[in-house]
Design a protein around this ligand. Sequence first.
Ligand SMILES: Cc1cc2nc3c(=O)[nH]c(=O)nc-3n(C[C@H](O)[C@H](O)[C@H](O)COP(=O)(O)O)c2cc1C
Length: 414
Amino acid sequence: MLGITGGIAAYKSAVLARLLIKAGCDVRVVMTRAACEFITPLTLQALTGNEVHTELLDAEAERGMGHIELAKWADVMVIAPASANTLAKLAAGMADNLLTTICLATSAKVLLAPAMNQAMYAHAITQDNLAKLHNFGYHIITPDAGEQACGDVGAGRLPEPEDLCEQILAVIKKRSTPQVLAGKSVIITAGATTEPIDPVRFLSNHSTGKMGFALAAACRDAGADVVLVSGKRVSLPTPAGVMRINVGTADEMLAACQAKMSELLASTDQNQTAKNQVIFIGTAAVADYKTANVATQKIKKTANEGGLSLQLVRNPDILALMSKTYPDALMVGFAAETQDTENYAKGKLAAKNLDMIACNDVSNQAIGFGSDDNAMTVFFAERYQKARTVLPQASKAQIAASLVACMGEILAQS
Ligand SMILES: Cc1cc2nc3c(=O)[nH]c(=O)nc-3n(C[C@H](O)[C@H](O)[C@H](O)COP(=O)(O)O)c2cc1C
């Protein structure tokens, strides 16, 4: 259910409704009277193919889908934009129009996307109302900051419809996903590292980050707090609700992982083992080598007509170091190989003291770097009941969900 209130950003709700429908949602719209001054119900009716509801005290409307029926019908309610006025009413438990009455009557998750002038948003009463609503279980979507329709600059802009849609879909997905990682913190590395040669050139690889980003979203959907340490050249959008840290070199990736891990371990519940609380997943394609010396100036071909030799030195093995430094965290590795995959994967599992390793054959174009599909065999450390799980070819999102289920299984045995 999409609720629209009387704000200047109501025009964005039309695009949001379209995007939600495109994503497979059945959208019904409820508008306040003030909202109808900004955008017509006819527009939303045409876009959603459903009657738009506006009136509470209307016998005709109640004969159709009444307010309680609407409240029961909704799986998720989104109010975008949510005016300061409607937020205040909801915080006070008021039910003086159709939208606020449905909010009070529904057991669905309610998402509020506040949008208003920056001074209205910053006002202590609005902030107090938002805090109250958060405590009552409403999900607050943080507004964007920037230039506003009124010319002011500050926080209070409704996020763009694409961004809003992604955040809403993430909440919907979470509600339908078993929360096997609830209360856990996850650090995932993804994408390729880049090792500079000189100020304009670098060494890297074909990793696009698709698997790591899909896994970050799947861990989030399963209830985890997720930090994604990503190669800076990954061009994928960051999954909503996931904290992304961009890094360049393998050394930078290691430092970011160590800093985040130390921070997480310092804040974990001392009564539980870290294995039950913190998970490290290494999906990044980390360069094995870096240049021994990075040239400070662009290397000129005129100065190297006979050819150019680069001296390379080993990079740190991030997964091995993280596993050694933080033996209490659950360690998940990936092995992308082109030959003898099973032996390499099992070797890595033992040598790096991992809990599980997901192994795929990147020589197969259909499931390799950059493809949308993957197929994997997951091997578990000997201390677990199961030795392996085969995940047949499926989308990276489906494979990611299966990998999360594997983590859930071994966490239950830890
Ligand atoms: C041109 C114009 C733009 C407005 N924009 C906003 C806005 O972006 N956010 C907001 O909270 N109120 C805004 N208001 C004020 C609301 O429309 C007003 O508080 C109204 O009572 C909200 O009613 P509702 O919450 O029932 O939709 C605006 C008013 C006008 C005249």
